[in-house]
Design a protein around this ligand. Structure first.
Ligand code: PNS
Length: 160
């Protein structure tokens, strides 16, 4: 039987409950799911790579078929190297669609054999993004229910 490996790529600066919702959905559908953290972010990340990876490893521990890894350069090169058949991306709202479509079609042009699969996180997280969570914490607002408790703790420590 064919086993499907999917890559779920992103910045994860930091991981949110929206990401976790998608990881759970992906882990239920695919045989193996690799959460791949982009190393060289163009934007300055709040959390350095080791911290982003450490938090992800801790919160994805319950899923036995989920692995956390890092990647550099082109996503399709990494996916090819991992022999992945699928790239998983989340779409929260129509506003995500245009960018995601562009990304998926560029990736298809670069590597036609790898399929991008879009999944929707629960509508409870449709407003959620790492960027907004960081802003709320920076301005002293509450983020409970938006990120795992360990991420909230680290966020608060960062902005102190
Ligand atoms: O969490 P993000 O920031 O939305 O993730 C974007 C990511 C990491 C998936 C995207 O920027 C990416 O794949 N970067 C790697 C370089 C690459 O392959 N770019 C796509 C060619 S169009």
């Amino acid at each position: 039987m064919k086993s499907i490996l999917a890559i779920y790529p992103g910045s994860f600066d930091p991981v949110t409950n929206g990401h976790l919702d998608l990881i759970e959905r992906g882990a239920n559908i695919f045989d193996r799911l690799v959460v791949a953290v982009l190393q060289n972010l163009e934007k300055d990340p709040l959390f350095p790579l080791p911290e982003r990876v450490e938090m992800l490893k801790e919160v994805t521990h319950p899923w036995r078929n989920v692995e956390v890894d890092i990647f550099n350069g082109l996503l399709v090169d990494y996916a090819r190297q991992r022999k992945a058949q699928v790239i998983l991306r989340g779409i929260r709202a129509i506003s995500d669609y245009e960018y995601e479509l562009q990304l998926a079609l560029m990736n298809r042009k670069l590597e036609p054999t790898i399929e991008t699969v879009f999944m929707m996180p629960s509508e409870a997280y449709s407003f959620l993004s790492s960027r907004l969570v960081k802003e709320v914490v920076r301005l002293g607002g509450p983020v409970d229910g938006m990120v795992p408790p360990l991420v909230e703790k680290r966020l608060r420590a960062k902005v102190k």
